[in-house]
Design a binder for this molecule. Sequence first.
Ligand code: AHR
Length: 326
Amino acid sequence: MSRFNRIRTWSIAGIALLAAAGFGILASHSLAADKKLVVGFSQVGAESGWRSANTDSIKGEAAKRGITLRFSDAQQKQENQIAALRTFANQHVDVIMFSPVVETGWEPVLREIKAKKIPVIISDRRADVTDDSLYATFIGSDFVEEGRRAGNWLAKYTGGKAVIAELEGTPGSAPANDRKKGFAEVIARYPGMKVVWSQTGEFTRAKGKEAFEAFLKTPEAKDVTVLFAHNDDMALGAIQAMEDAGKKPGKDIIIVSMDSVKPALEAILAGKLNCSVECSPLLGPKLFDAAEAISAGKPVEKRLVVDETVFDASNVTQAVIDARQY
Ligand code: AHR
């Protein structure tokens, strides 16, 4: 082979190699860009209308974005959630999300996940951890503020006079702890307002009804003028219990609750429920925005609070109910 031909052969081979390498870079780059996320989500359960709407929002948004969602229902049990989180970690999903059933007890499993370098997004309910590097972001409502809103609405509506029965959410959960705290903070400013009875209805309609039914049979019930329920489902159960006992909900007993699901707004329109402080379950878009940003190496806010309002007879109409997504 002549010197010229040798140079020509090496040049062609070099160009071919460079082209192949370049193509490899481009190919692997577009593969990364096209790669669809795999997300594991551990949900609390299906205890309320709010929760069902929250699950729909998460599943719907994942499907819309072509994200593979591995969804696990913990049926209100922390041990089920911890097991689901471990499974997701062992499967090396791209992002793990969960809505903690209770506030405490998460550090060990979150440390295991951190060791595998999988980002965690906390959804809806706070997890009480001392090391905030254990999660990337927490997206959800400010439950203390919701409790304050309920207290302020009630103080205004009753002129600061109320004998209150309280139906609490799941013991140890952030919404139960924080709503109670925010509400208590406000009513402590009014000497004429006091809580005389508190019991859990575990955020379900059936348990709310059962607890309030039993309460209505006690002598203290006749003095009660207000029910503060930590969610609409328990309030709706208690409304049923009041009607069964021959009482007029919304009139004989003023009722304030949380979430603002459609059946609650319908109860407001019917005059059976007086106020529902909104708590939005439509977290899907925000959760997956965060998951995609984290996976692309972009910064995300450590805490994202959802904007919410308060519903009562002054702003609930049939048109508002019809337009409601949940
Ligand atoms: O964590 C949000 C709360 O959990 C909702 O208010 C309640 O309805 C749900 O079960």
